[in-house]
Write a protein that binds this ligand. Structure first.
Ligand code: IMP
Ligand code: MG
Length: 176
């Protein structure tokens, strides 16, 4: 099987949307310092690009969870592979994800992080695939709502590839 990637959301569209989200984040957090929590590895591009647009003090931290293998289906199991290295109690926290699909990952992370008593906790995801939701999770900032397709780019991978694309694309699988 060979993959072909077709552009779904251009780099310009993403940049424009992240600019709008950054303005909203500044308003909602009253320009106070925030800690961006990135869900590795997919959230890293969105977190960095959003951080560059924020006009307020920003710190960054990382979590790694696993829910998918090298395939395109959620296993339904989530493991914390790397936890935050600092306490978030009393901090403004914005969790940044690449995509919300079944909602299992964000559902678990949200519960876990809220238990640590942050001052204000919000979630941002670049993409939302609502058709496949199993766990309902309130998301504060959604870049784009997309149909049920397997996408890559802007942090998202297929078998660890394509994370570096500056756009979001749909993967088509073709016979060789
Ligand atoms: P959820 O727990 O099903 O919501 O899965 C979310 C995680 O699955 C995301 O953080 C991605 O890493 C991965 N994922 C879901 N859909 C896609 C996709 O279309 N392309 C690449 N990764 C995806
Ligand atoms: Mg992810």
């Amino acid at each position: 099987m060979k993959e072909r990637v077709e552009v779904m959301i251009s780099s310009e569209e993403i940049s424009k949307r992240l600019e709008e989200i950054a303005k909203q984040v500044q308003e909602d957090f009253h320009g106070e310092q925030i800690e961006l929590v990135c869900v590795l590895k997919g959230g890293v591009v969105t977190m960095v690009e959003l951080a560059k647009k924020l006009r307020m003090p920003v710190t960054m931290n990382f979590m790694d969870v696993s829910s998918y293998g090298d395939g395109t289906e959620s296993s339904g199991h989530i493991k914390i592979l790397r936890d935050l290295d600092e306490d978030i109690t009393g901090k403004n926290v914005l969790l940044v994800e690449d995509i919300i699909d079944s909602g299992r990952t964000l559902g678990l992370l949200r519960t876990l992080l809220i238990q640590r008593n942050p001052k204000l906790f919000k979630i941002c995801t670049l993409l939302d695939k609502p058709d496949r939701r199993v766990t309902q999770v309130p998301v504060d900032y959604v870049g784009f709502t997309i149909p049920d397709a397997f996408v890559v780019g802007y942090g998202l991978d297929y078998a660890q590839k394509y994370r570096n694309l500056d756009y979001v694309g749909v993967v088509h699988f073709e016979e060789e």
